[in-house]
Ligand binder design. Structure first.
Ligand code: ZN
Length: 327
């Protein structure tokens, strides 16, 4: 059933009605369902045309009272960029800027990708109604070709951040690493423990501890699916595509993930598109197991083993499987 085929691109359902700004919100209580659904409908499609991205770091970081005094701010910013730069072919460069305020909403930004924590009225407005929940927000501007043209990251000027694990604060580096992921075009992951996991919590909440400087294998494959691996990485990147069959016409909310056969480690994930296909790229060659889980509110989640797949270096493998009836 499994066979090698030349790499091909999968047509994912593109349901967004308009092009313009896409906002990713962070919440310590759960994510914004509407925005998250919209970015899921878009799939992992938005990307910068080339991987060379300049980020203007606002002077507001130097004097912010929202960051615990004595924090290693520039180190946190640099490490959050390096985390993504070291595993993919993106060239993230930071430059200092006197700008403070996020671009106003609308179809076009101001051309500057700004990272700011300033408490200006524009930035406060950006968090309207959610200032007590969010650690940060990222707004991505993109054109009709799905190319990101600008992305602004605003750290909530009402939240507190630290770099030393202070109770009740958000970890500055973990927050930035997650938002840089959005800036690159990544949406949320359902893989717990990954940088792009939806829920960002304050230190101490539910015993959470920030993991510094580490991207999960799922984060790595996702960013490599968009930008490829660094030049010195020879084993990357392979692709697993697939299709699920099931009766009925209704779309089902199904998550797919790929585990390394030997270790059981989750190395990639995707949502089933409306045409019942999925694509998980940016993988190393190897032997994998593929699983699917249906998320139906109010019902026990339904996990199914779809099969084993072997994928060769820089090749694509296909898996087609019947998904169980809705229970
Ligand atoms: Zn997020």
């Amino acid at each position: 059933m499994n066979r090698f085929v030349p790499a091909f691109s999968l047509i994912l359902a593109l349901t967004a009605a308009a092009f313009g700004g896409l906002v990713a919100s962070e919440s310590s209580e759960g994510n914004s369902a509407k925005q998250e659904q919209r970015s899921k409908d878009l799939g992992q499609r938005l990307r910068w045309k080339d991987g060379s991205i300049r980020i203007a770091v606002s002077d507001s970081f130097e004097s912010s009272t929202n960051i615990k005094f004595g924090s290693d701010v520039s180190g946190a910013i640099e490490r959050s960029l390096a985390a993504w730069r070291s595993v993919s072919a993106v060239d993230l460069v930071s430059v200092s800027s006197e700008r403070d305020s996020v671009s106003p909403s609308g179809n076009a930004g101001d051309g500057v990708s700004l990272l700011t924590i300033a408490g200006t009225s524009e930035n406060v407005l950006f968090f309207a109604g959610a200032a007590d929940l969010l650690s940060a927000k990222t707004r991505v501007f993109y054109n009709r070709r799905g190319q990101i043209t600008e992305a602004d990251i605003v750290l909530n000027p009402f939240a507190q951040f630290s770099t030393d694990g202070t109770y009740g604060t958000f970890d500055l580096e973990a927050t930035l690493r997650h938002e840089i992921g959005h800036l690159l075009g990544l949406t949320h992951s359902e893989v717990a423990g990954s940088t792009m996991y939806a829920s960002v919590t304050r230190i101490g909440a539910l015993g959470s501890r920030p993991v510094r400087g580490l991207l999960s294998a799922d984060d790595v494959s996702t960013v490599r699916a968009l930008y490829g691996s660094p030049e010195d990485e020879e084993r990357c990147c392979s692709v697993i595509t697939g299709r699920l069959t099931f009766s009925g016409k209704a779309h089902r909310d199904i998550s797919i993930w790929v585990q390394e056969k030997v270790s059981g480690r989750v190395v990639g994930s995707a949502k089933l598109a409306r045409n019942r296909s999925f694509k998980i790229a940016g993988l190393y060659s190897g032997d994998y197991e593929v699983y699917a889980n249906e998320n139906s509110p109010g019902k026990a989640s339904q996990t199914q083993f779809l099969g084993e797949v072997t994928v060769a270096e820089r090749k694509s493998s296909v898996i087609v499987s019947r998904f169980a009836k809705r229970r």
